[in-house]
Design a protein around this ligand. Structure first.
Ligand SMILES: [Zn+2]
Length: 336
């Protein structure tokens, strides 16, 4: 199949009015001369219905969602579809091709924490603005994430909670078909990624799905993403079938992170998904030689959402204040 490349300005008008499958590379040039290239697949259904976007690869080493998005493209038959499905398999294509973890290789920004609307900003600002322009007509959006190569992560689905009751209920309904132990309605606005808030303000119900760890796209984790998309489409009556409703527990609590105070070598002593008690040993930092620099203990009873499985910890690498390189354990406070 030939992939047409179109500028963002001509993107909306380049789709066909007929039911069927199309794929485009949406491009935009940053003022530095760097190219943004966003792969966008569209499946226009033969029947009217809602507009759903499924996207992945915002963080480029989170592969299970990327592979699930590809499978979704080949699974959905336009003649059996009501509404429109947009699939963006890889958002951060430059980071993907450089095997870059979490941060943009161009400007070191964390794109999940960027608001759209700043097309005169850095490369990542323009990338997120471009992404928003592509998805802004959606009614619903699912954003797939996983654990990066350095990150051992428990599968769960956070749901950003803000706006009307209807918007919130619709976001919750997207999450209910994912076969994960926990869903986490998150209303603490400071801990909701700004991109999710921008979607809600545009009236787009949305969730982000965390499933997969250490950059390894296992068949099971790919299937969890894919089957969740299918269940969401059934929930929205876009395709036939009764949506799956696997057992899920609702998580409530404040998310917090244990960070190193000194650079060195990290020796974690926890597992993702483990509940740690107040005072429980979490791990230690050593120098290059193995001498202990600092030990870490849980300040309160908490669930380990993920921990950094990479021993390499660098507290001086804090681009734009972002503490990913000094992070040791990400937890949810179960006492709050
Ligand atoms: Zn991510």
């Amino acid at each position: 199949m030939i992939t047409q490349s179109v500028s963002l300005d001509h993107f909306q008008s380049s789709w066909s009015d007929e039911p069927g499958y199309e794929q485009l590379l949406v491009n935009r040039i940053h003022h530095s001369g760097e190219l943004i290239e966003l792969p966008v697949a569209r499946i226009r259904g033969a029947q009217p219905g809602p507009f759903l976007t499924v996207m992945s690869g915002m963080h480029a080493g989170e592969y299970s969602g990327i592979l699930a998005a590809q499978k979704l493209i080949s699974t959905v038959d336009p003649m059996e579809l009501s509404g429109t499905l947009i699939v963006i398999p890889v958002i951060s294509t430059r980071a993907f091709m450089e095997r870059n973890m979490q941060l943009s290789p161009i400007d070191q920004k964390e794109v999940h924490f960027i608001r759209p609307g700043n097309s005169n900003g850095t490369y990542s600002d323009l990338l997120i603005d471009t992404l928003f322009e592509v998805v802004k007509n959606s009614d619903y959006l699912i954003d797939s994430h996983a654990g990066e190569m350095a990150q051992a992560l428990m599968p769960w689905v956070p749901i950003p909670i803000k706006g009307s009751k209807n918007l919130i209920e619709n976001s919750l309904s997207l999450a209910r078909g994912f076969d994960v132990k926990y869903i986490e309605p998150r209303s603490d606005e400071a801990s909701i990624p700004p991109f999710c808030l921008a979607l809600l303000e545009e009236g787009i119900s949305n969730i982000w799905v965390e499933c997969g760890k250490n950059g390894v796209p296992t068949p099971k984790n790919i299937a969890t993403h894919l089957e969740g998309y299918i269940a969401a489409m059934q929930t929205l009556d876009m395709i036939d079938g009764e949506p799956a409703r696997p057992p899920q527990e609702v998580l409530k609590g404040r998310r917090y992170q244990i960070n190193a105070n000194m650079s060195g070598v990290w020796h974690p002593a926890v597992n993702e998904g483990e509940i740690v008690e107040s005072g429980q040993y979490l791990g230690r930092m050593t120098d290059y030689f193995g001498n202990t620099l600092e030990e870490f203990h849980a300040p309160q009873r908490s669930l380990v959402l993920y921990y950094w499985s990479s021993p390499a910890i660098n507290v001086n690498r804090r681009p734009f204040g972002y503490d990913w390189h000094s992070g040791l354990v990400s937890l949810l406070d179960l006492e709050s």
